[in-house]
Design a protein around this ligand. Structure first.
Ligand code: BES
Ligand code: ZN
Ligand code: ZN
Length: 470
């Protein structure tokens, strides 16, 4: 499917279909109002109606705002993919909403067909966006940026959607190496022998029962005149069975997505390098598989982490924080960054707190949280701030080690997980660090907004927007 922005009046473009977005008020004024009424079209948000004889597709919107347009254009592209049309034209009505239109088309039109033996054929080949504004150059810049970020989001989705048999720590490392080669990034892979030398015993314990060796992946994007340095850390659990604290059967399904933090971080560095942003970026990924076996780590074990903090394991399913503890420690020692952000499908509790659609944000700096949530709303990602407090922090106390890997009480699980990570953030980085819990937002089994079944690519649009304006 090709999508292009043309500096033409829409009437000068020849396609099979013309798309119009209409509010209920606009529908009343429309020349086709009678026939659309007969077809039962009321211009409600996310409804569509073809007038085949006229070669037109109408899409209902509540308002002309980005959020409504993103969702409506996702419905539009799905309707077109079901049809047998080959080409379509759409008028671009503002700079402000152009990114949302691109997101809706690219992300809403995304499908993962890798494991289908006969994927259904899509006849739609060409999407032309018409823009005859004198300010075309600016529109074109916005269009190209949005397309780069949407494609990076699809790149992230593809990796998350890949099954654990095909995507394990070693294949994830190989994939990162390929990305580094394609995008001229620095790449260093630490294998288990290297991780031992680094004393990363928390991370190593989690991966011990897997047949696939754990790996730490470090990618670097270093532009000539960088203004800031940002470290991005990703949880890369290529499968989370829960370990000996085994997950119930129903909860284990979808746990291939426990690598979504890592995949998001890969998408972010891909987008940043393709946008040629003036920011030095380091991506650190802990790639591990959490399995069971005779040599599995156990509830009751005490692990000595890289920064020497001892951790009592009370639940092997709270494994992501153990991996991140060591990777965060390594990242802070390796790179003196202006900001460090970690992305992780860390807790089911985050979904209980914020719902499935919202990324949980935790950290000490209110300014940073504010700036990030603004980047979220500007790029169409939902965020919610979850506040730390000293009472929840006490719940991580261990009688036998420095900290327990789970809270002693059942409430506030997303925050206690964030507070666990805080233990591994150096004092000078406290106000430069944020933790993103994407447990709910990274994956969906029911479509919403521009997200289709499977991985959403959560984090990529948000962080790209933030990095663009840093
Ligand atoms: N990967 C899971 C969190 C998760 C759950 C992500 C559902 C996406 C959907 C994580 O490793 C985990 O199992 N967390 C436990 C923590 C608990 C044992 C303290 C959880 O959330 O139940
Ligand atoms: Zn787990
Ligand atoms: Zn996990």
């Amino acid at each position: 499917m090709k999508i292009e922005l043309l500096n033409k009046n829409i009437t000068d473009i020849k396609t099979d279909v013309l798309v119009e977005f209409l509010t209920a008020d606009e529908l009343l004024q429309h020349v086709e109002v009678r026939i659309l009424n007969k077809a039962g079209f009321k211009a409600e948000q996310d409804t569509t109606c073809f007038l085949h004889e006229k070669g037109m597709l109408f899409c209902g919107i509540e308002s002309k705002k980005s959020d409504d347009l993103r969702s409506a254009s996702s419905c539009m592209i799905k309707a077109l993919k079901e049809s047998n049309y080959e080409s379509v034209k759409i008028n671009v009505f503002s700079k402000k909403t152009l990114s949302a239109l691109v997101d809706g088309i690219v992300l809403g039109g995304y499908e993962y067909t890798e494991y289908k033996s006969k994927p259904k054929e899509i006849t739609l080949k060409e999407i032309s966006l018409a823009c005859d504004s004198p300010d075309f150059a600016k529109f074109e810049m916005i269009f190209n940026e949005a397309l780069t970020i949407a494609n990076a989001t699809c790149f992230t989705r593809d990796i998350v959607n890949t099954i654990p048999q095909d995507l394990h720590p070693q294949t994830l490392a190989a994939l990162a190496q390929k990305l580094a080669k394609d995008n001229q990034l620095g790449c260093e892979i630490l294998q288990e022998t290297d991780l031992e030398k680094e004393n990363m015993h928390a991370m190593l314990a989690v991966g011990r029962a897997s047949i696939h060796g754990s790996a730490l992946i470090h990618l670097t994007y270093k532009p000539a005149n960088s203004k800031k340095i940002v470290s991005l850390v990703g949880k890369g659990l290529t499968y989370d069975s829960g370990g000996l604290s085994l997950k119930p059967a129903a909860s284990m399904v979808t746990m291939k997505m426990d690598k979504a933090g890592a995949c998001a971080v890969l998408g972010m560095i891909k987008a940043a390098s393709e946008l040629k942003l003036d920011v030095e970026i380091h991506a650190f990924i802990g790639a591990v598989e959490n399995m069971i076996g005779a040599n599995a780590y156990k509830p009751d074990d005490v692990l000595v982490s890289r920064n020497k903090t001892t951790i009592e394991v009370r639940n092997t399913d709270a494994e992501g924080r153990l991996v991140l503890a060591d990777v965060l420690s390594y990242a802070q020692d390796k790179v003196k960054a202006d900001y460090i952000f970690d992305f992780a499908t860390l807790t089911g509790a985050c979904m209980v707190a914020l719902g499935q659609y919202t990324t949980g944000i935790m950290g000490h700096s209110h300014t940073l949280k504010h700036d990030i949530s603004k980047a979220g709303s500007n790029s169409g990602e939902l965020t919610g701030s979850l506040p730390f407090n000293k009472h929840l922090k006490k719940l991580l106390k261990s009688e036998i080690a420095d900290i327990s890997n789970v809270s002693s009480k059942p409430y506030g699980g997303a925050i206690t997980a964030g507070l666990f990570l805080d233990k591994f953030i150096n004092d000078d980085m406290k106000n430069k660090w944020l933790h993103f819990d994407i447990a709910g937002s990274a994956y969906t089994e029911t479509p919403w907004d521009c997200n289709v079944y499977g991985a959403t690519g959560a984090g990529v649009r948000l962080m790209s927007e933030y990095l663009k304006n840093i």
